[in-house]
Design a protein around this ligand. Sequence first.
Ligand code: ADP
Length: 488
Amino acid sequence: MKILVASSEVAPFAKTGGLADVCGALPIELAHLDHDVSVIMPAFRQVRNCGQNIKPTEVTFSLEIGDRHLSGRLLQSQLPNSNVKIYFVEQAELFDRPQLYGDKAQDYEDNCVRFTFFCRAVLQWVSQAVLPVDVIHCNDWQAALIPALLKTQFSGDPNLASIRTLMSIHNMAYQGRFGHGDMPFTGIDWKYFNWRQMEFHGDLNLLKTGIVFADAVSTVSPRYALEIQTEEYGCGLDAVLKQRGDALHGILNGVHYDLWDPAVDRSLPQNYGADNWQNGKRVCKRVLQAKMGLAQKADVPLIGMIGRIADQKGWDLVAKVLETRLPQSEEQWAILGTGDPRYEALLVSLAERYPTRVGVQIGFSEPLARQIEAASDMYLMPSLYEPCGLNQMYSLKYGSVPVVRETGGLADTITDATKENRVAQTANGFSFTNYTPADLAATIERACQLFMDDSQQWQQLVETGMRQDWSWRQSAKHYEAIFQELLT
Ligand code: ADP
């Protein structure tokens, strides 16, 4: 099969979260299954600065977006250590900016123009170059216009007629919702601006558009696929998703172990595997403690947390739990993240008040993220909702026992360390159900107690997680099966 993956983030070219890891890894795994896979994304400034070898091509774009004429060019590179080609839609005015989607305060106000241009450029290229594409895998709202364009504006184009689409949702909360005045940018006739197709409470909604027009829809874990069909998790689109229920698949993301393995991770002061983790993690912990100004103690639990500082990730619970636990407990915290300035300020002030117990770095640093995974004894992910979550799976591999809320992909990957599960040797972490500070605090306490009181049980938990296989192999086969079904 010839598969084109369209995404706004692809590691290592541009990344703000898990989407990049998925779109950097899944195409390689699909290529291992003997498919001809290419990837396309916008040429953001991050892409130009990422240190990869990127070359121009002869392909150019020319598009009317609203009353503007915008031209661009196609660049090309390769996903590292693979034969997967990646292409970039270059348009300096739209994409050569400091951030991917907006600055701290708000999204770029022309995001609809930016990603409409991206989607339309992708199809213009596929059509004009007469590329033999069977399936376009569209990821998140930034690529969600592609299925609609194929079935409307481009529906008479013989070079595109046989293409099928899969719309993958990585997070229901980000929908690409714009005022109805942005509708003309899409190039799609106004007649499609109705509540069954592109309109959502008077606005243009690109994710909804993708869900409605795609040949199949997927999201990134089986549990989340069920959750988003409910009012609580559907972010207003639960009814639309229910309507597509037969074509909606939940496929768990995987880990690209070539890149996420403490045995080969070059960011770590000491490499280790499931057979020698105790020594390896001890060294990593000592070095991280020194780096973050924490007390050099091996026997107190170190809790790691990395991620976007957004409400989704449970920072409100963490803030409350930190305030109450820190005056009376012993554990240490290593936190890396960037986002909501309210929580950033709170975390920084806690680090100032408890300098030997709380290390905080505000910003984005992949090496530090890896060092925290390796150094910490526990990894905290008390998410309000979590489509899949990658960090808990990285933590398992790095021997950092996940402490999670039972939701979405966290529920699909983490088995709570109840007595029965420990006896059955299926436990690989700690989880709680109710989104309350009390339940989070109790679960952290449970984890800390086991860490301090029972090193044998702790060893079993760590090693169960480290030996599990959450690779892309199985998941890629699910995607393959969907694509095959679409083509028959
Ligand atoms: P989401 O996609 O919702 O942000 P995931 O757990 O699926 O959450 O993936 C997050 C990815 O982004 C992980 O690879 C994580 O390490 C990385 N990440 C998030 N924030 C940071 C940061 N501040 N520094 C380094 N890596 C980060």
